[in-house]
Write a protein that binds this ligand. Structure first.
Ligand SMILES: [Zn+2]
Ligand SMILES: [Zn+2]
Length: 392
């Protein structure tokens, strides 16, 4: 394995941490046990500073290198939260919390960054500060945004920030990245159609909100096909349609819920503009009223070109150029590391998880053999980005 021996030697510990976290999944900002676990480990490793409660339950560990000249700091970010999914596999370290599960591998992300922290605190072969960022609420709560709003970048002097996510189906020991958009923006929407309820046999006296909602679902599909440049990527999905309950009643109102995805701020704005126009005007033609509200929004995760090339170079130095894809296709899933990249230059990379069930699947499990690669990339990124110079 092309991973430094001292990190490879941490594999057993990283596996133990990961499995402990896996057995105790926590959701959104309610990651108190996990944050405590992380903070305890960081203090044990001898971090120079361990700050808790950043962005509610986020943790930041600072490690200063042995060089003395630099006040530069690089941020490395892991996410700590799990998902509201019932685990189905009977693993020895399976979830002990009913209905909660680490189905996105954030247990592995946390363990890898802890492994890198232990190595960096022991060796300190760099000049500057490694800021180890452990964020809550990646899965829809905007924990990354909360940490940024809480002064994460300014307080710790972070000048660049990097993130990593495991990908099932990508070979172990491989990385993939691209400059520009790598993960989509997301916006949840809720549309309400207000008609006039009535007897199903007397539709002439009602305004049929179900019929209006049906036209809306179809009209919304015109946005991606007719209003967005075919060379750009976008998704509009209506995922829930809540209407009446009886066989003979036309309901007063209907609610539609769904999600918008885009790979640029311009396309995202265009979709919303068209959506608002359709929701405002189409129901009017039927004598109904429509309204739309958004929530759970993350911007596009946009990799900065110079930092992307740097991260890819560090990965290639570790595993070889042939094991680093430098122009991987972006994913239409979203990631709230996007908020950090909106405030500081940086990049986000995919790490191979080998053959496993898909992310967010009840049979998914992070592959412990991937952790040394992730931890080694983090460590090398600090040692390369904050090199020991003549000030040693
Ligand atoms: Zn996820
Ligand atoms: Zn995830």
């Amino acid at each position: 394995m092309p991973v430094p021996d001292r990190i490879d030697a941490l594999a057993g510990e990283m596996t133990a941490w990961r499995r402990d976290l896996h057995a105790h999944p926590e959701l959104l900002f309610d990651v108190h046990r996990t944050a405590g676990f992380v903070a305890d480990r960081l203090r044990d490793f001898g971090c120079d500073e361990v700050a808790t409660g950043i962005g509610r339950t986020g943790v930041v560990g600072l490690i200063r290198g042995k060089g003395r000249g630099s006040n530069r700091a690089i941020g490395l970010r892991a996410d700590m939260d799990a998902l509201p999914i019932q685990e189905v596999r009977d693993l020895p370290y399976r979830s002990t919390a009913p209905g909660k599960m680490h189905a996105c591998g954030h247990d592995g992300h946390t363990a890898m960054l802890l492994g890198a922290a232990k190595y960096l605190a022991e060796t300190r072969a760099f000049d500057g500060t490694a800021a180890l960022i452990f964020q809550p609420a990646e899965e829809g709560g905007g924990g990354g945004e909360e940490m940024v709003k809480d002064g994460l970048m300014e307080r710790f002097g972070i000048e660049a920030v990097y993130g990593m996510h495991n990908i099932p189906g990508m070979a172990l020991g491989t990385f993939a990245i691209r400059p520009g958009p790598i993960m989509a923006s997301t916006d949840r929407f809720t549309i309400t159609v207000e008609g006039r309820g009535g007897h199903a046999a007397l539709p002439q006296r009602a305004v049929d909100s179900v019929l209006v909602a049906s036209h809306l679902v179809v009209a919304l599909q015109s946005i991606v096909s007719r209003s967005v440049d075919p060379l750009h990527s976008a998704v509009v999905s209506v995922c829930a349609l809540e209407a009446g309950e009886a066989f003979n009643v036309l309901p007063q109102s209907v609610t539609l819920r769904g999600t918008i995805r885009a790979l640029s701020a311009e396309v995202r704005a265009r979709i919303k503009e068209r959506m608002e126009a359709i929701v405002a005007h189409l129901p009017e033609g039927f004598g109904a009223r429509g309204s739309i509200a958004y929530g759970g929004s993350y911007p596009v995760t946009e990799n900065h070109p110079a930092e992307t090339a740097f991260m890819a170079d560090v990965a290639a130095g570790l595993v070889g150029e042939d094991r680093v894809e430098r122009d991987v296709a972006p994913m239409m899933a979203a990631e709230d590391f996007s908020y950090m990249l909106a405030h500081r230059p940086g990049a986000y990379i995919f790490l191979g998880n080998g053959e496993s069930a898909a992310l967010h699947h009840p049979e998914y499990d992070f592959c412990d053999a991937a952790a040394p690669y992730g931890a080694a990339l983090w460590a090398r990124l600090i040692e390369t980005g904050l090199p020991l110079g003549s000030s040693v």
